[in-house]
Write a new protein. Structure first.
Lengths: 331, 322
């Protein structure tokens, strides 16, 4: 009995300290999965970096279906996790409804703006990063034709496509940009076979550099491009190493930085929304030993100069999401 | 649209139609034997995973193919056990297999490779190479037929040719052998087969096993022929399109070939919106093309174009005496 009592007491005190102590941060990965080598994996990298540096731990949930979003949010909020970070635009609507019910929990959403007092929104200027890799693609293309393959057809992905097309046309006005979307349902993030076929179709139309902004589908795009001897461009994480010497570069979107910062701030989230852009190194392009031979020093210098001009405001990259239209590409 | 573009679309058609064709023939055998199977999707998915996983570990695509077939046949056996031996509802068993496969592939994949349910990308001997058929290059200069042979017929992985050969083979087995006659009979009137002293249970298990074999090849083709590795849910509804094709083909092998080629063509043309636009002079939504296989199937089912009559005893467990 005494043993039982002390056990119960210990359990209660652990529960209490866990509740008070703070507040373990939590992260929810969107469909596509934690190890998509791309968007969600970048988020995981950031969370892991925080855990390694602080010795803290965090909770994580991987979405398996659309229906789980609200459930996952509520579960984490009720379990006392704080802050709750989620990756992906698709959480927008759900979070708008849920956030008000948990005023003491700080939510951080990446890729979407949700207007609530306890929500911090982080968005990236993907069009700027895509502009840079589009510029490089047009420079690397021998046929003056570059391709873009998006995942699910949503405004965010069109923003990637639009920035890319603008960059490609800026480098060489004669460049043809072929853009395809994989599909209109979330299954489009996980269909490497269709991604591969789209890549082959674009290559048969003359494209020799293909940019994939398609989550898990991108695996098939990069593979098909490498098989056919064409170059590809990865997205979100550094994907240069997936096919060394065949991936021109990767458009980096520092989701890892966003998650790391959110975790580090703990319960002191600023609220409102913040924009991670070229100037704050929120987006960029990846250079490492895998693509060193593909990108000449001259090319790199040109692109860096372009980046400086964008930061200085001399070049304005049109954002598709600002007016749902694109001057360089028709969808 | 020039000739070369057409050839490229047809080339893509053949690649995309192959998994549909194999799955469609798989469903054909099963349903002709009186066992409805909506678990084609799940079996393909499981086969894709085990084929890719085995090929990644051993470096041999042939072992991968065997593992894929084995995985698919295990699920088939499960379906048979539930719906033949225990006389359960065949549709529910099929749905369960789809769920089971979707979950177990990711779970096992994560525990083996720690890549979030993906397998490592396959390289070298882990994938089926593309085969250049004899004289493909020599005949390329022959007008019209030469490029067709070199572009469309030649240059696929061996599983594409296996799938195409399966069509006459299925026709022969089903319509020219004693086994085929009995198999068809067991899907129409199992009591008559039983009266003749032939085992209904045995025949139905044989049908389900052939279904597993073909689904296994289809899945292995997805992961080791078309793709280079497994990604979760990579079958992406192809098992269901194959079912639609089966109805469209009215449960006949040659029609199955035509139906899957048509569906493959629709998928391939959807990849080239520019070609469609230049042909039709207006912009057509890609989504419409993606939905067309299902729309066509509904049209067929509604009886507008001929009549699709399923095997009469399909879906009903056989009970000898009540």
């Amino acid at each position: 009995m005494t043993l039982m009592k002390s056990l119960m007491g210990a359990a209660a005190s652990i529960a209490l300290t866990a509740g008070m102590a703070l507040a373990e941060p939590a992260i929810i990965f969107d469909l596509g999965g934690k190890f998509d080598k791309s968007f969600n994996e970048a988020a995981y990298t950031g969370a892991k970096k925080w855990a390694d540096e602080t010795g803290g731990s965090f909770k994580e949930i991987e979405m398996q279906s659309e229906a789980q979003r609200e459930q996952a949010l509520r579960r984490l909020a009720e379990a006392g996790s704080n802050p709750v970070v989620m990756t992906g635009f698709a959480f927008g609507n759900v979070l708008g409804e849920v956030a008000g019910d948990y005023p003491d929990t700080d939510f951080v959403i990446i890729d979407m703006v949700v207007d609530a007092p306890n929500v911090t929104s982080v968005v990236f200027t993907e069009h700027e990063g895509s502009y840079l890799v589009g510029y490089m693609a047009a420079q690397a293309s021998k046929n003056n034709t570059v391709g873009f393959i998006g995942g699910m057809d949503i405004p965010l992905i069109r923003r990637f496509a639009c920035g890319y097309a603008q960059g490609a046309k800026a480098a060489n006005p004669d460049t043809t940009v072929i853009a395809n979307m994989t599909g209109t349902t979330p299954a489009a993030w996980n269909d490497p076979v269709k991604g591969g076929e789209l890549t082959k179709a674009q290559i048969s139309q003359g494209a020799d550099v293909v940019y994939a902004a398609a989550g898990g589908t991108g695996v098939g795009v990069l593979q098909a491009a490498a098989d056919a001897g064409a170059l590809s461009i990865g997205v979100d994480s550094n994907q240069n190493g997936m096919h060394p010497g065949k991936v021109l570069t990767s458009m980096l979107k520092r989701v890892d930085v966003a998650v790391y910062d959110a975790f580090s701030r703990g319960t002191e989230q600023p609220g409102g929304f913040s924009v991670l852009n070229l100037a704050s190194n929120g987006v960029g392009y990846a250079m490492d030993e895998n693509n060193a031979e593909l990108v000449s020093a001259e090319m790199q210098a040109t692109v860096d100069a372009i980046a400086d001009k964008i930061i200085a405001g001399d070049i304005t990259v049109h954002d598709y999401m600002s007016d749902e239209s694109c001057p360089a590409l028709s969808f | 649209m020039d000739y070369l573009t057409l050839l490229q679309i047809l080339d893509s058609t053949l690649r995309l139609a192959t998994p549909l064709l194999l799955a469609c023939l798989a469903g054909l055998f099963s349903e002709r034997g009186g066992i409805f199977d909506i678990g084609l999707e799940g079996k393909m998915l499981a086969a894709a995973f085990f084929a890719a996983a085995t090929a990644a570990v051993t470096g041999s695509v042939w072992l991968g193919l065997l593992a894929g077939i084995a995985a698919s046949m295990v699920l088939s056996g499960l379906h048979g056990l539930a719906s033949i031996t225990f006389r359960g509802n065949q549709l529910i068993s099929g749905v369960a297999i789809n769920f089971l496969a979707a979950g177990i592939t990711v779970l096992v994949g994560q525990s083996w490779f720690k890549l979030g349910g993906r397998t490592p990308p396959l390289i070298g001997g882990g994938r089926f190479p593309e085969i250049t058929l004899p004289f493909a290059e020599a005949l390329r200069d022959v007008p019209v037929i030469g490029p067709f042979y070199a572009e469309v017929i030649s240059g696929h992985t061996i599983l594409v040719y296996v799938a195409l050969l399966c069509v006459p083979l299925s026709w022969y087995i089903l319509f020219r052998t004693r086994f085929g006659l009995r198999l068809r009979a067991v899907g129409e009137n199992p009591a008559a087969v039983d009266t003749a002293g032939v085992s209904v249970i045995g025949l139905r298990f044989a049908a389900v096993a052939i279904c597993g074999l073909l689904c296994g090849i289809a899945g292995a083709y997805l992961a080791t022929g078309l793709g280079a590795g497994f990604v979760k849910d990579m079958s992406a509804g192809r098992g269901f399109i194959a079912l639609a094709a089966l109805i469209f083909a009215k449960w006949r092998p040659w029609y199955a070939l035509y139906a899957t080629l048509l569906f493959g063509f629709l998928q391939a043309i959807a990849l080239r919106p520019d070609v469609l636009e230049s042909l039709l002079h207006f912009k057509i939504q890609v989504q419409l093309l993606d939905a067309l296989p299902y729309i066509l199937t509904v049209v067929i089912l509604a009886g507008f174009v001929g009549k699709a009559v399923p095997p009469r005893a399909g879906g009903e467990p056989y009970v000898k005496e009540r």
